[in-house]
Design a protein around this ligand. Structure first.
Ligand code: TZP
Ligand code: MG
Length: 211
C-alpha cells in the first residue's frame, strides 16, 4: 500500500542552501517535520546525483519519509527511491510507471487547467500544481495558477495535489484552504537561516488548516 503525506514537501536545490550541505538541510527539515523530500538538482552529474540520492535515502528511509527523485528515472531505480516526479516534458508517464512499478509513487507537474483535468486519465499518484505563484527560484514557468486557479485545478483533478512556487509561511495556509493537500517548497526551507525552525513553523500553519 502506498502511503504518503504531501503536506510539507521539501524540494531540494543546493544552489539555494546558502553553502550548507544538502544533508544538513534535509536533516534539519526532517527535524521540523517535512513529510516528503524530492531530490531535484540541476547541473549535476549522474554520479553526483546518485551519491546524493544514496545519502538522502540513508537519512529518510529509517524515518519512513518518502524520497522522490526529480526527472531521473535511472537514478530513482538505482537508489531504489520511493518515487519519481516528472514534468510535462520529461519521460512519458506510462514509461515511468512501467519501469518504476505500481508500488512506487509517481508525481506529475501540471502547468495548465487542461493538464490538471487530463491527469485524471493517468496512473499517477499526485499532481504538482506548478507554479501557484511566480518565484525567482524557477522563472521558465507557465503563467502562475494563483489561488483561484489552484482551487479549480484541485476540483477538476481526482488526484491529490501539492502546490509549488513562491510558497512561504505567509501564504501556506491559503494553499491548504484552496484545496491542496500540501505545499512543496524550495527556498522557504533551504534558504532559511534555521531550516528546522522554518519547517516547524510551516508545519504548524498547515496543520491548523488541514481538513
Ligand atoms: N517548479 C515550479 S516552481 C518551482 C519548481 C521547482 C520552484 C519553487 O521554489 P520556491 O523557492 O519554493 O518558490
Ligand atoms: Mg522535470
Amino acid at each position: 500500500m502506498k502511503n504518503f503525506d504531501l503536506s510539507l514537501y521539501l524540494v531540494t536545490d543546493r544552489a539555494l542552501s546558502l553553502g550548507r550541505p544538502l544533508e544538513f538541510i534535509v536533516e534539519e527539515a526532517v527535524k521540523g517535520g517535512v513529510t516528503m523530500v524530492q531530490l531535484r538538482e540541476k547541473d549535476c552529474s549522474s554520479l553526483e546525483f546518485y551519491k546524493l540520492g544514496m545519502k538522502l535515502k540513508k537519512i529518510l528511509n529509517p524515518l519512513n519519509i518518502p524520497l522522490i527523485i526529480n526527472d531521473r528515472l535511472d537514478i530513482a531505480l538505482a537508489v531504489d527511491a520511493d518515487g519519481l516526479h516528472i514534468g510535462q516534458s520529461d519521460l512519458p508517464w506510462q514509461v515511468a510507471r512501467q519501469l518504476l512499478g505500481s508500488d512506487k509513487i509517481l508525481g506529475l507537474s501540471v502547468e495548465t487547467q487542461q493538464q490538471a483535468e487530463d491527469a485524471n486519465h493517468l496512473d499517477v499518484d499526485y499532481i504538482g500544481v506548478s507554479p501557484v505563484f511566480a518565484t525567482p527560484t524557477k522563472t521558465d514557468t507557465f503563467q502562475p495558477f494563483g489561488l483561484d486557479g489552484l482551487k479549480r485545478a484541485c476540483r477538476v483533478c481526482k488526484h491529490p495535489a501539492v502546490a509549488i512556487g513562491g510558497i512561504n509561511l505567509n501564504n501556506a495556509a491559503s494553499i491548504i484552504q484552496h484545496g491542496a493537500e500540501g505545499v512543496a517548497l524550495v527556498s522557504a526551507i533551504s534558504s532559511a537561516e534555521d531550516p528546522a525552525n522554518a519547517a516547524r513553523e510551516l508545519k504548524l500553519e498547515i496543520q491548523k488548516n488541514i481538513r
